[in-house]
Design a protein around this ligand. Structure first.
Ligand SMILES: [Zn+2]
Length: 128
């Protein structure tokens, strides 16, 4: 997937187009991705510690996470962000994941979400 394809995919999926995305061929020991609200910029660090690129699922997951921050900061009416990973964020992120994978969220992503517990609430309610 090229950077342009990735951006188009994210835009079509969310219906939101006012963000910038930079996919860097770099390893960042702290983050896979970052989002800068004032400049609406998503930065993704594509390389693992061993210099190899992260897999597509990991890339998508990271992009959707940062995109969820963008939507949270700029596209939810009558809502002000108090904490980045609040319930609003989780809902937006979960919706994006479900939409992207058409309900079939890959096992590795689900495993990670379960492990870190961040998204327990929204996922429970999304399981039908
Ligand atoms: Zn985050």
């Amino acid at each position: 997937m090229t950077k342009r394809e990735l951006r188009d995919k994210l835009q079509n999926l969310s219906g939101v187009k006012d963000f910038f995305i930079f996919v860097l061929d770099k390893y960042n020991p702290k983050y896979w991705g970052l989002y800068y609200p004032p400049v609406k910029m998503i930065v993704i660090y594509k390389l693992k510690e061993n210099g190899k690129p992260i897999g597509e699922n990991m890339l998508v997951k990271t992009c959707l996470h940062e995109l969820a921050h963008h939507i949270q900061f700029h596209h939810v009416k009558n809502y002000k962000v108090k904490s980045r990973h609040d319930e609003m964020f989780k809902k937006i992120y979960a919706d994006l994941l479900v939409k992207y994978y058409k309900g079939n969220i890959p096992r590795d992503i689900m495993a990670e979400i379960k492990k870190y517990g961040l998204f327990l609430e929204p996922f429970k309610s999304l399981k039908k």
